[in-house]
Design a protein around this ligand. Structure first.
Ligand SMILES: Cc1ncc(COP(=O)(O)O)c(C=O)c1O
Length: 471
């Protein structure tokens, strides 16, 4: 039984004092966010007692679902045994065992595991390793990082510098950095009219090669890519794209960083997606989120034996890798990760994801028959539905008005979903979802039934308000 909570007090304190991530500043003080009162399985409960399917799975992270007693026990036991340990000079069982587990699960020769506290600190520290590596090898000009439009790699300064997603007009951060370069988008749904997906893929691979050649391979340090771009709108690149980019990186001696912060730990049905799903063996993989199913914070990045061997041991010339965190390899977080991995294994969750994926993706793609829907896309248990009123008729909507309406569509759908019993994550005119991996086939049906109804209601609202016909 959960103790009673004073929701009006929580509302007040939250509105007045908590400066949230990506805070939408005009709403400061009156954002009135949904208060999560408790959570169990794939459901979260709001302050009114509404039971909602957690469509986004927290933030792409609650793989095993909520309220797992054995996770709570493992965390509590570790707190009573060793709640903290200085990772700079000491070690203990959970981080050592977890490092060995991750090294065994990872593709290729990714044998060295650096622990961080979250996704951003993983990407940040991995990029610092790339810099360290090339400077150490006597090639300080090899510093340029190639990234892509819509990429999201985290919230620290260095992550933001390589994230294409931040580059909006209203950003106000200092993001100009001569070492970051952004390739055009890789969204097949937005390819030029008349172009085949294969030709589009060729063009995207050429974008990378052209950029490497323009800068000069001797100046390009790394290419960083999410296997599927998550926060950028679940953009699944064309078949073969990642493998061909990886081959180019090999050819030009460019480090390939796979940002698997969303795709690892079962989201696409495998521990890591790089090898099993996309056929690549990156030089570095970053991960976080599903590593602990979000129960406690933890991140990690893994580096290949090939790269590490060039700067460590007999080759190290007395150097240290001067980068680390007080909470690197936190024993409580690592104990949670080990328990999380044990649960995923014991319950066959990876196989379950592979089994229900086709159904999930079919139900997602079925939404395309709704006139408001412009595109649906996804992979594994990740999906996105993108809507637009661009083709509405019965009114003289100009481009500006279409943009204004589209911007609000995700939030409108989200509101209807909430009334129906589903949470999604609105991103402008899109809704993305990545439910807990334990979701059953029946629950997937319920989820898409609600989403369909919410999109239809949104479409009818817009039609009624504007006197237009979206169909
Ligand atoms: C692909 C990717 N990389 C990095 C991050 C940053 O992770 P965190 O928010 O844990 O710092 C995210 C977060 O959503 C992500 O999706």
């Amino acid at each position: 039984m959960n103790p009673p909570q004073d929701f009006s007090r929580i509302r007040h304190d939250d509105n007045t004092s908590w400066f949230h991530p990506w805070e939408y500043l005009p709403d400061k003080g009156r954002a009135n966010r949904t208060i999560v009162s408790h959570a169990e399985g794939i459901y979260v409960y709001d302050e009114h007692g509404h039971k909602l399917i957690d469509g986004p799975g927290g933030m792409w992270c609650v793989q095993i679902g909520y309220k797992r007693r054995e996770m709570a026990d493992a965390i509590a036991e570790q707190i009573m045994r060793v709640p903290y340990m200085n990772p700079f000079s000491l070690t203990s069982a959970p981080p050592a065992q977890l490092a060995a587990r991750l090294a065994a699960m990872a593709p290729g020769d990714l044998k060295h595991v650096f622990f961080t506290t979250d996704g951003s600190s993983s990407v940040d520290a991995a990029l610092r390793f790339v810099q360290f590596y090339n400077n150490f090898k006597g090639r300080p000009a090899k510093k340029h990082i190639v990234s892509r439009a819509n990429a999201y790699h985290g919230g620290t300064h260095l992550c933001a510098l390589v994230s294409g997603k931040y580059r909006g007009d209203q950003c106000w951060f200092d993001l100009a950095w001569p070492y970051a370069h952004f390739l055009p988008h890789v969204n097949p749904a937005r390819r030029p009219a008349g172009m085949s997906v294969e030709a589009f893929c060729d063009e995207k691979v050429n974008d990378l090669e052209a950029k490497i050649l323009e800068l000069g391979p001797e100046r390009v340090a790394a290419f960083i890519a999410e296997p599927i771009q998550a926060s950028g709108g679940v953009i699944v690149p064309p078949e073969g794209y990642l493998r061909r980019c990886w081959e180019l990186c090999r050819r030009y001696d460019v480090i390939f960083i796979a940002d698997e912060i969303v795709t690892a730990f079962g989201r696409l049905g495998h521990w890591f997606a790089s090898k099993e799903v996309f056929g690549i063996e990156p030089d570095i993989i970053t991960c976080a989120k599903g590593l602990t199913s979000g129960y406690v914070p933890l991140g990690a990045w893994l580096v290949s034996d090939r790269l590490f061997g060039e700067v460590a041991g007999d080759n190290s010339r007395g150097s240290s890798f001067s980068c680390g965190f007080t909470y690197s390899g936190h024993p409580v977080s690592c104990a949670a990760a080990l328990k999380n991995i044990e649960i995923i294994e014991r319950e066959g969750i990876l196989a379950h994801v592979r089994e229900v994926t086709a159904h999930f993706q079919r139900r997602l793609n079925d939404l395309r028959d709704i006139p408001l829907v412009f595109d649906t896309r996804g992979m594994g248990l990740v999906g996105c539905v993108e809507c637009t009123v661009a083709h509405a008729h019965g009114s003289d909507l100009d481009e500006q008005r279409v943009l204004e309406l589209d911007v609000d569509l995700g939030a409108r759908i989200d509101r209807h979903c909430h009334e129906l019993g589903l949470m999604v994550r609105p991103l402008i005119n899109q809704c993305v979802f990545s439910p807990p991996l334990i979701i059953t086939r029946d629950e997937i049906d319920r989820m898409f039934d609600m989403l369909r109804e919410a999109i239809l209601r949104t479409m009818h609202d817009v039609e009624r308000e504007l006197g237009i016909d979206v169909a």
